[in-house]
Structure formats: C-alpha cells, structure tokens
Design a protein around this ligand. Structure first.
Ligand SMILES: [Zn+2]
Ligand SMILES: [Zn+2]
Length: 114
C-alpha cells in the first residue's frame, strides 16, 4: 500500500486554541496581529487565527480568540465570552470593571443578560 501524498499548503496548526469560558476548541495556525494570509489587514490585537475551512479562498481566515488584557485568560471572540473595546476583555472582567466602561457597553451587557 502506497502512502498518498497530500499536498500540504495550509500552515501546520501551531496548537490548540481553547476558550477558557465556553471551552470552544479549534486548532490555530497563527497567533499575532497580522495573519499571514490576511493581506494588508492588521488586527487591533494579537489573535489566534485559523484558515477558514469553509471557504475556498486562500485569504480568508477566522479569528478564534485572544487573551483578555486584564487577566490574560484565553477567550474566544463569541459575545458570551469576550468583548472588544480598544482591547480584548473577557466577560468576567467586563462585569468586574463595568463602571469603567462607557454607558453603551454597560447597556449592551444588560441586554445580553435578558
Ligand atoms: Zn468562548
Ligand atoms: Zn479577563
């Protein structure tokens, strides 16, 4: 039996991303502010990204998540887990420091609870 050589064009996954809140798990291929296949785009934060497996275009990628700027925990970009307001915050930190966020963020969070 012969090994079928698969052309490996995608960068090897660097490791496993796991959100510490919702336990979302996915292999990530890049961590940093500028994913290699994102062309001119520069992210506002260091993010875990992976190539989008659902689109054939090579320049699409998914942002999986990032580190909370306060407690450094790994969180996904899901609305239940984190919030981006100039920096990435996990929802527990947002709740802890809610008074320091602008009113629109506070209202947003209240809406989510309902
Ligand atoms: Zn999550
Ligand atoms: Zn946090």
């Amino acid at each position: 039996m012969q090994d079928e050589m698969q052309s490996v064009e995608d960068p090897e996954p660097k490791g496993m991303f796991e959100c510490s809140l919702c336990r979302l798990k996915a292999p990530y291929s890049y961590y940093g502010p500028k994913p290699p296949n994102a062309r001119s785009l520069v992210l506002l934060e260091d993010c875990y990204t992976m190539n989008d497996p659902f689109t054939p275009q090579r320049d699409t990628f998914l942002i999986l998540g990032s580190h909370c700027c306060l407690c450094k925990t790994v969180v996904c970009v899901g609305q239940e887990c984190s919030l981006f307001y100039t920096k990435r915050f996990c929802i527990p930190c947002v709740k802890k420091h809610i008074d320091e966020f602008p009113e629109e963020i506070q209202l947003d969070l209240q809406k989510k609870k309902q």
